[in-house]
Design a protein around this ligand. Structure first.
Ligand code: 6R9
Length: 653
C-alpha cells in the first residue's frame, strides 16, 4: 500500500543547512552535548517515575508532598496526587527568602513609552493587596475569574492573585470583541471580571471597559467588575457592580497567605478555538502545569540568573501564561512585558526595546519575523542587538528563509534558535532543541523534551517509517497536559483521544528524519491531496517564501475534478514589489524547481494581507472557503481583521 493510502503525507522539502551550538554558548549551557541530552532523555522515558519525582522535588516548593506520582485512567491523568502547593507562592514568595527579593521580576514598557520595574518584593506586595481585594468582593476558592486586560503589570498581578487564592483564571485576550468575551465568560460562568478602562495599540485606545459593558448585557453571571485605570478616558461605572482597582486595593493589607492547593486543583482555563464549534476551555491544573512551565523555561531557554528574558506574546495566549508569567517567575527570572504593537511608532520598536533593556533571550513568532523581514533590515540594523544570546520561535512552522533571517540579522549569526513546538493543550514546550546541545536546522523543531515521547502514526495508529509524514501523537502522559475541556468531557475524549487509541492526538502532521529530528508539517487539516499525493501546505508555502519577492504565503486546496484537489496560493509581496502575470509564472516555476512538478500551483493570487488569528496563525480554513467560492462556516471570532476576508472575496468577483 502506498504511503498516501495509509494516511501518510508526502514530504518534499529538503533542508541540509545545520548549525551546531556555538562553543561559547555550549560551555555555559546546562546541557552541553547531544550525548548528554540523549542519555537524559532516555532515562526520563525509561524511568519516568524517578525523572518527574526528582524534578518536582528540585524545582517546586511544596506545602505537602504527594503520595502517588501518576494515576492514569486514560484519558484522565492525575499527577502528584495528594500533594499541596501554591503556584503564586512558587512564582513570588519563595524568591523573597533569597537575594532575589530586590531583583527585577517584571520590566514593563508601555506603548506610549512609559516604563515600570517591579522587583519580586514589589510584586509580592501588589499581588497580596489585590488578592485581598478579590476576597473583599467575595471571590473564593474554585470560582472562575475572567481577566480582560491590556499587557500591563496588573495583568500578571491579577493572574498571580487568582492563583494565590485558588480562583481559576480565564484570561481573554484584550483584542477580542465583546461577543467573543461574552461567549468565553458564559462558558466559564465567572462572577468577577477584571479589566481596564483601555489599552494602547498603535497609538489608539482599545476601549476595554466599553466592551465589557456591552458583553455584560449578554453575560449575566458577572456580579462585580474591577477596572484598572490605564488610559484615563471617560468610561461609565455602574455603582454597586464596577469598582476602580486603585480604590479597592488602597484599603487592603499587604498580607495574604497563599492558599495551599491540591496538585489537581484547577489553575486556569484558557479558551482556544478549533476549526469547528465553539471555543474550548482548556483546563490546566496546578502542580503538573507549573512543573512543566518551570522545567522547560529553565532548560530550553537555558536561563541564567542574570538574564533579561523577553517573550513577546500576549498573556491572553498560552505562550504568555507559560513563558511570560509562570515559567520565568517560578525560576526567579526577570521577564519583560511590552504593551503595544511591534511596529509602533515604527518598525524598529522591538529592536529598541531589546537595546534599551539589554535583552538576552528573545522568544517570538514566525508571523512577527516575516513582518519584520517585509519592513526591511534597516530597522534592526539601527539598533545594538549584541545583548542577545538566544532566540526562540513558536506558533507555526517557521519557514527556513525566515529562520535564516532571524539567525543572521537579529542573532548576528551567534545566537542558537530554539524552534519550540507545543500547544495550549500541552501546557509547555514538547519538541525543541536544547540550545547548548542540539545542532539546529532551519525550519525544524528537532527533538522531544525530557519525559516527552512523540510518535508519528498512520490512520490505524501504526508508526510510519522514518522520513514519512503522518499524525503526530504523544505516547505517554506528561504533567502539564490538559486535564479536560471545561464542561465538555465528551468533546475532550472526541477531540484528543479517539483518533489513536490510548494516545494523545495533536492534530498536527509531522515526519522524522534520519537524525531522529521531528519536522512539523502543520495542522493535518492543512494537508492537500493532489492526484493522490498528500502534500503539506506548509512545504509549498516555504518554497514560495524562499523567493526574494515574497513576504508571506498561504497555500490551500481547492476541489478539482481531475486532481482531487488543486493547489491555490495566496501571496503577499515584499515592500516595493509589484504583482504581475510574469511574477506569477516565475513563482510557479520556483515552486516546481524547489519541490517538483507535483506541487505546481494551479492558481496564485496576490493579496495585501492574509487572514490570521490574533495570535498570528494563518487561517487556512477561511482561505479554503474563498478558494472554493463558499461562505465560511464555523467560528471566526479569532480572526484578527475581518476586512481581510472581505477584500479577498471582493477580489474574487
Ligand atoms: C504554543 C501555541 C498550537 C498549534 C500547534 C501547531 C502550531 C506551535 C509550532 C507550531 C510548528 C512550531 N505550532 N508551535 N507548528 N512549529 N514551533 O502556539 O499554542 O496557540 O494552542 O497552537 O500551533 O500547529 O498544534 P496554540
Amino acid at each position: 500500500m502506498s504511503d498516501e493510502q495509509q494516511g501518510g503525507i508526502t514530504t518534499v522539502l529538503k533542508e541540509d543547512r545545520s548549525f551546531p551550538p556555538p562553543q561559547e554558548f555550549q560551555t555555559r549551557a546546562s546541557v552541553k552535548s547531544m550525548e548528554e541530552y540523549e542519555q537524559l532523555w532516555q532515562k526520563s522515558i525509561d524511568d519516568s517515575e524517578t525523572f518527574w519525582t526528582e524534578q518536582a522535588e528540585t524545582l517546586l516548593d511544596w506545602d505537602q508532598r504527594w503520595e502517588t506520582l501518576l494515576e492514569w485512567n486514560a484519558p484522565f491523568a492525575k499527577w502528584f496526587v495528594g500533594g499541596k502547593l501554591n503556584a503564586c507562592h512558587n512564582c513570588v514568595d519563595r524568591h523573597l527568602l533569597t537575594w532575589r527579593k530586590n531583583k527585577a521580576a517584571i520590566v514593563w514598557e508601555g506603548e506610549p513609552g512609559d516604563s515600570r520595574v517591579l522587583t519580586f518584593s514589589d510584586l509580592h506586595r501588589e499581588v497580596c493587596k489585590f488578592s485581598n481585594a478579590l476576597k473583599s468582593i467575595g471571590v473564593t476558592k474554585g470560582q472562575r475569574v475572567t481577566i480582560y486586560m491590556p499587557m500591563i503589570p496588573e495583568l500578571a498581578i491579577a493572574v498571580l492573585a487568582c492563583a494565590r487564592i485558588g480562583a481559576p483564571h480565564s484570561v481573554v485576550f484584550g483584542g477580542f470583541s465583546s461577543e467573543a468575551l461574552a461567549d468565553r465568560n458564559n462558558d466559564a460562568e465567572a462572577s468577577v471580571m477584571i479589566t481596564a478602562d483601555g489599552g494602547w495599540r498603535r497609538g489608539k485606545i482599545i476601549p476595554l471597559k466599553d466592551n465589557v459593558d456591552e458583553c455584560l448585557t449578554k453575560s449575566p453571571t458577572v456580579k462585580n467588575v474591577i477596572v484598572y485605570k490605564r488610559t484615563g478616558q471617560e468610561i461609565s461605572m455602574e455603582s454597586g457592580r464596577d469598582h476602580w482597582w486603585h480604590e479597592l486595593v488602597e484599603e487592603q493589607s499587604a498580607d495574604c497567605p497563599a492558599e495551599p492547593m491540591d496538585s489537581e486543583d484547577p489553575l486556569f482555563l484558557l479558551y482556544t478555538s478549533g476549526s469547528t464549534g465553539k471555543p474550548k476551555g482548556i483546563l490546566h491544573t496546578t502542580a503538573g502545569y507549573l512543573l512543566g512551565a518551570t522545567l522547560t523555561t529553565r532548560y530550553i531557554f537555558d536561563l541564567k540568573e542574570e538574564d533579561t528574558y523577553w517573550c513577546t506574546a500576549d498573556v491572553g495566549w498560552i505562550t504568555g501564561h507559560s513563558y511570560i508569567v509562570y515559567g520565568p517567575l517560578s525560576n526567579g527570572a526577570t521577564t519583560v512585558m511590552y504593551e503595544g504593537a511591534p511596529n509602533w511608532p515604527d518598525a524598529g520598536r522591538f529592536w529598541d526595546v531589546i537595546e534599551k533593556y539589554r535583552v538576552n533571550i528573545l522568544y517570538t513568532a514566525p508571523t512577527a519575523i516575516r513582518a519584520f523581514i517585509k519592513s526591511g533590515d534597516q530597522w534592526p540594523k539601527k539598533h545594538d542587538l549584541t545583548s542577545l544570546r538566544l532566540l526562540g520561535t513558536v506558533g507555526e512552522p517557521i519557514n527556513p528563509e525566515a529562520w535564516m533571517w532571524y539567525h543572521e540579522v537579529i542573532g548576528g549569526g551567534r545566537c542558537p534558535i530554539v524552534d519550540t513546538w507545543w500547544q495550549t493543550e500541552t501546557g509547555s514546550i514538547m519538541i525543541s532543541p536544547l540550545p547548548g546541545a542540539t545542532p539546529t536546522v532551519p525550519g525544524c523543531a528537532t527533538r522531544p523534551f525530557f519525559g516527552i515521547q512523540p510518535q508519528i502514526v498512520d490512520k490505524e495508529g501504526k508508526e510510519v517509517t522514518q522520513g514519512r509524514g503522518g499524525f503526530l501523537v504523544m505516547a505517554k502522559p506528561w504533567p502539564s497536559m490538559l486535564r479536560n475541556i471545561w464542561g465538555d468531557e465528551e468533546r475532550f475524549k472526541q477531540t484528543y483521544w479517539s483518533q489513536v487509541a490510548g494516545k494523545y492526538f495533536t492534530g498536527d502532521g509531522a515526519r522524522r528524519d534520519e537524525k531522529g529530528y521531528f519536522w512539523i508539517l502543520g495542522r493535518v487539516d492543512d494537508v492537500i491531496n493532489v492526484s493522490g499525493h498528500r502534500l503539506s501546505t506548509m512545504e509549498v508555502e516555504s518554497a514560495l517564501v524562499s523567493h526574494d519577492d515574497v513576504a508571506e504565503a498561504a497555500v490551500v486546496g481547492r476541489p478539482h475534478e481531475v486532481k482531487g484537489e488543486a493547489i491555490t496560493c495566496f501571496v503577499t509581496l515584499e515592500e516595493g514589489k509589484q504583482p504581475s502575470p510574469e511574477l506569477k509564472t516565475e513563482l510557479s516555476k520556483h515552486v516546481v524547481d524547489q519541490i517538483g512538478a507535483l506541487a505546481r500551483p494551479e492558481e496564485i493570487r496576490f493579496t495585501d494581507s492574509l487572514p490570521k488569528t490574533r495570535s498570528g496563525k494563518i487561517m487556512r480554513r477561511l482561505l479554503r472557503d474563498v478558494a472554493a467560492g463558499r461562505e465560511s462556516q464555523g467560528d471566526t471570532s479569532t480572526l484578527e481583521d475581518f476586512t481581510v476576508l472581505a477584500q479577498l472575496r471582493d477580489g474574487d468577483e
